[in-house]
Write a new protein. Structure first.
Length: 238
């Protein structure tokens, strides 16, 4: 990662393993962001999860290093069905977005740095896509459903782009969809009014028009690269 957004825990196998993965992601972002697979598309291709099957059940205790490995090295299927509430209070399913490419990002509204930085880049990428942006839906899924209500998301998600959809739900629903996308998240107690922050992984997931997983982009990927990757996938489908 260009920034460290996850902290090691005793189950992470030590700080060395996590730092190695952080370094790999930093190199990916600095060189050819997302080009981990050598496919020439600028995105690390992956194994698709079933578009119709439900998300993989959460596996408590998975470390940041384990989940980052699963995404980075394409070791497990990514994605799946979800049933969440959008920032306008409407029930939304993954099938509502069929026919569109999805840029899926997980975070939380009180995230101090990496979330707004990446969401700004996603929003700018949408602008760079021009008319092609009509074929793309940027989706922000909160990892803090207790605080990030639909009302709060309605004041947050559209700031980054008018088409951005903010999604929340019960803690169980969020845990399931996070598990399906192999997202690491962990509450960290802090002093002050916030009471806690959330350490989390920060991949940008690109999903295809049939809900299939196409690959990921690392944190801190520039808007220009995001736009290039998405445009290449749109052109492939024509």
């Amino acid at each position: 990662m260009a920034r460290r957004v996850v902290q090691p825990s005793p189950g992470d196998g030590g700080t060395g393993r996590l730092r190695r993965r952080t370094l790999v992601l930093s190199l990916l972002a600095a060189a050819v962001p997302g080009a981990a697979s050598g496919t020439g598309t600028g995105i690390a291709a992956g194994t698709a999860g079933s578009a119709s099957a439900g998300p993989t059940a959460p596996k408590p205790g998975r470390s940041a290093a384990d989940l980052m490995d699963a995404v980075m090295w394409n070791r497990e299927p990514i994605g799946g069905a979800f049933r969440l509430t959008d920032h306008q209070g409407r029930l939304r399913r993954d099938t509502d977005f069929r026919g569109k490419f999805m840029l899926v990002y997980f975070g939380y509204t009180t995230c101090p740095d990496i979330c707004p930085t990446d969401l700004q880049q996603i929003g700018h990428a949408m602008e760079l896509l021009g008319p092609a942006a009509r074929e793309v839906v940027p989706i922000f899924i909160t990892l803090d459903p207790k605080r990030d209500t639909a009302k709060l998301l309605s004041a947050y998600a559209p700031v980054f782009h008018p088409q951005m959809v903010g999604l929340t739900g019960s803690e169980t629903d969020i845990a399931r969809v996070a598990a399906a996308y192999r997202v690491f998240s962990q509450k960290v107690p802090v002093s002050g009014w916030l009471r806690y922050t959330i350490d989390h992984s920060s991949f940008i997931y690109l999903m295809g028009p049939e809900g299939q997983y196409l690959g990921f982009l690392p944190p801190s990927t520039a808007a220009e690269r995001i736009a290039d990757v998405v445009r290449s996938q749109i052109d492939k489908g024509r």
